[in-house]
Design a protein around this ligand. Sequence first.
Ligand SMILES: Nc1ncnc2c1ncn2[C@@H]1O[C@H](COP(=O)(O)OP(=O)(O)OP(=O)(O)O)[C@@H](O)[C@H]1O
Length: 576
Amino acid sequence: MSRKLFSWVLPAWKTMAAGILLAFFTVFSGAGLMGTAAYIIAAAALHPSMEALSVAIVGVRFFGLSRAVFRYAERYISHDATFRLLSRIRVFLYAAVEPQIPAAGRGKSGEMLYGLVSAVEELKYVYLRVLNPYSVAALVLIAAALFLALFSSPMVYALIVGFVAAGICWPVLIRYLAGSTVSRRDRARGRFHCLLVDTIRGITELTAYDAAGRQQEQIAAAGGNLARLQKKKVRLTGLADAGSQVITSYTLWAILFLAVPLVYAKKISGIDLAVILLVVQSSFEAVLPLGNALYSLAESRTAARRLEAVQAWTAPAASRKPGLKPRYPVPVEARSLCFSYRDSRIWTLENLSFTLAPGERVALVGPSGAGKSTMVSLLLGFWPYQSGSLRLGNFELKDCDPGEIRRHIAVVTQHTHIFNTTIRDNILLARPEAGWNELEQAAEDAALTELIERLPAGYDTLTGLNGRALSGGERQRIAIARALLKDAPLLFLDEPTAGLDPLTAREVMAGIDKLMAGRTTLLVTHQLTGLAGMDKILVLSRGKLVEQGNMRELLSRQGLFYEMWKLQQDRCNWSL
Ligand SMILES: Nc1ncnc2c1ncn2[C@@H]1O[C@H](COP(=O)(O)OP(=O)(O)OP(=O)(O)O)[C@@H](O)[C@H]1O
């Protein structure tokens, strides 16, 4: 078992141990029931008095009842243990995945999400299918061997051989036959679900480009591959169960073979023979689930590795709190900052050095792919940078808790997500405890009042799924109201007016102007014409800072900024 798997299982050891003991007593009661029943039936053939059978009759009643009670308690406790294990894994998973959300946004989220959910599902069986049955089988073997030792040692050896064959040799063979099925099925399932998620997301493009048929073929191929591996698993499960049954039968034959001469030699009675056989048969109830145990263990280990890999993506969260205060603009400073994504061989940001003075309005511009959004992600603490320094006030970002950093930052992005709830709740997302006056003020400053007055239920109007009921400009104004309400000292704006018509963009920018007042602001934009009001412009190209200065300085320098600005101007002139 991997160390991580062990660390999830360990804290619930008491509940798990209780479950194991109860499962043992269930099998024990079952064997006791069969043994006493066999005794009564076999002894009845000799017409004994009722008194001679009275103890056995009480035994049947006792074991019959205790078996049901133990089974109930065992199921209850085992499920409790499993759910405790599940909750620990889910908490671990959430903590590991939450910082990955920006990364997940790059296309792999469907596969990642499905992979993780199914990994959790598989891990919950590590106790039910591996730990519990193996422990119970060991306890039952000891009890059954002690029972048989009362009659003859060779029968004990036969029992041990039967248990080892059914509990160890057979599962090892099944695991061997499974080969790489476990990992291949895991990958095939991930691929299949990734394709499905991708298809649903891209259905418009697929339909428009008449590519739905090809996509369907890919899904069918991936589904077929998964079904083939699934079938192999089902066949192996069937084989595992059948093999365990066969081993049980042969062990019973072996014990019968050893016991019959003892009956002839009058060392044991015929009644004992019946009791022995039925007790042994019942004790094998403990090894029947083991056929598949090693296969299940392999599945759990694959699942645990998948979860561990997610954790490995994340840098260990630092605990230091930057402790910045709202309303007090803070400086941001980068010195020789270098960053690359984990699957990239080149620096995405290379040797960046710049400063955002307290309250300064700075624009970050550059061609597509220059690294602008990456810079914002770094400032939000989504990714750890490899070298150099990035400071918020007096705090090195790498040493701070990313969650704490984000508490001091307000963000308006190009794609504002509107939740399927009321306008009020959508704005209050930024600060749920804000009072009515603050909410109204934020809505007014973001120019939302007129819209809200027009809506049938005002602030309580539902926005529909993904804000269907709102236009692009209205969504951005909600984002501005959120940011105003958050009242953070730092403001990051990532293309807040992209995709809006010029008039709406101007209205949104008016709201943003209010938002920027008194806050250190970084505005990422492709729109170079409205940057005269910015204190500074940083020009990025292929991850390097190639120019910086105010609009006038950059235009007079006639470098990259000037070229981009000129192109935009020319485009405007052509379209006139
Ligand atoms: N999560 C990621 N994993 C791997 N590479 C990434 C990731 N995000 C961005 N990149 C790569 O990093 C580089 C910079 O991307 P980034 O999105 O920061 O550029 P940008 O300047 O914001 O572009 P645009 O203006 O088009 O939004 C690109 O080459 C991009 O492919």
